[in-house]
Design a protein around this ligand. Structure first.
Ligand SMILES: CCCCC/C=C/C(=O)SCCNC(=O)CCNC(=O)[C@H](O)C(C)(C)COP(=O)(O)OP(=O)(O)OC[C@H]1O[C@@H](n2cnc3c(N)ncnc32)[C@H](O)[C@@H]1OP(=O)(O)O
Ligand SMILES: NC(=O)C1=CN([C@@H]2O[C@H](COP(=O)(O)OP(=O)(O)OC[C@H]3O[C@@H](n4cnc5c(N)ncnc54)[C@H](OP(=O)(O)O)[C@@H]3O)[C@@H](O)[C@H]2O)C=CC1
Length: 264
């Protein structure tokens, strides 16, 4: 049995105008966690630019947002020059949410070189490139960065060797840049969800595997998109500025247990 989750409303703990007049860039804003983040930042008063490959999905987020403070651009973040040009065009930036990501599940021995590269590119090097491109805009506004990772990537996750390597890499990159970019008034955080039952997670893993993973989670439940969104908003708002470079696991304790619920 799954333990009770907070409702979307119960997740909302920040004051109403916590992000008023801020400009945020949210990658992967056309679905799942990214969409929940974009909508919550808008509710809190921010202007949000959403990117992703599929314009139709971003348009659906715009419909839900019902505000001109949301705009979007179809963009493949692995196209470095296009992504860099787009970010530079935004000018000053208060918050970058590096959320776009994902992987396929396969035993390590069956991941080809191209497969490994595809996943590390999306989840590490494309995020790193976007960070570098956003640096001047972030520095201009004393901005904050939230990089999405995966809970406890260093514990070893069956079927996720490529992704775990990339996600541990983004956590390390976050720590490194948090030290260096402090001088430019840029703050960085790494946020690591456990299992969030988005359509994307459902495409990646069969429902039975997801249910087994959730059942092994110490809190006995999945993490909701609303919970992740509130954490992102809090980190972006300055409420957590005593934190720097940390990997924050919003995972119901999933990272505390061995990840043996998956094959591979
Ligand atoms: C404890 C875990 C709880 C659950 C956590 C859930 C976490 C989430 O992240 S939810 C997010 C869910 N969404 C996704 O993960 C979907 C995103 N995935 C993708 O978009 C793609 O898989 C990709 C971007 C990672 C790769 O796409 P692409 O670059 O288009 O790749 P290609 O199709 O060109 O293939 C490149 C290369 O990879 C090999 N490959 C692809 N799929 C598989 C597979 N299932 N198994 C093995 N290998 C695969 C493919 O064969 C290519 O290699 P070569 O054959 O050597 O050319
Ligand atoms: N759901 C979960 O349990 C967990 C998720 N995560 C991570 O959180 C993030 C969001 O996950 P979730 O919402 O569940 O998954 P989704 O699959 O719904 O979200 C991934 C988003 O990234 C976008 N995206 C993928 N590739 C690219 C690309 N090359 N360029 C631009 N955008 C791209 C997708 O849009 P489009 O396809 O239109 O490009 C999509 O909107 C991901 O990084 C995921 O790995 C981490 C831990 C657990």
């Amino acid at each position: 049995m799954i333990a009770p989750r907070p409702t979307a409303q119960e997740c909302k703990v920040l004051p109403a105008a916590a992000l008023r007049d801020r400009l945020a860039l949210v990658t992967g804003a056309g679905s799942g966690i990214g969409r929940a983040v974009a909508l919550r930042l808008l509710e809190l008063g921010a202007s949000v630019v959403g990117v992703g490959r599929r314009a139709q999905r971003l348009a659906e987020t715009a419909e839900l947002a019902k505000t001109s403070r949301f705009r979007y651009q179809a963009l493949d973040l692995r196209d470095r020059p296009a992504a860099a040009e787009f970010v530079a065009g935004l000018g000053g930036l208060d918050l970058l949410v590096n959320n776009a990501g994902g992987q396929f599940v396969a035993p390590a021995a069956e991941i080809s070189r191209r497969g490994f590269d595809a996943v590390t590119d999306l989840n590490l090097t494309a995020q790193a490139s976007l960070l570098l491109a956003a640096r001047p805009g972030l520095a201009a506004r004393g901005g904050r960065v939230v990089n999405l990772s995966l809970s406890a990537p260093d514990r070893g996750l069956p079927g996720h060797a490529h992704s775990a390597a990339a996600r541990a890499g983004i956590a390390a990159l976050t720590r490194s840049l948090a030290r260096r970019w402090r001088a430019e008034d840029i703050r960085l955080f790494c946020l690591a969800p456990g299992t969030v039952l988005t359509a994307g997670a459902g495409e990646e893993l069969p429902a039975g595997d997801l249910a087994r993973i959730v059942a092994r989670t110490p809190l006995g439940r999945d993490t909701t998109p609303g919970e992740v969104a509130e954490w992102v908003a809090a980190l972006g708002s300055g409420a957590a500025d005593a934190v720097s470079g940390a990997l924050i696991e919003v995972d119901g304790g999933a990272g505390l247990v061995a990840a043996a619920a998956l094959p591979g």
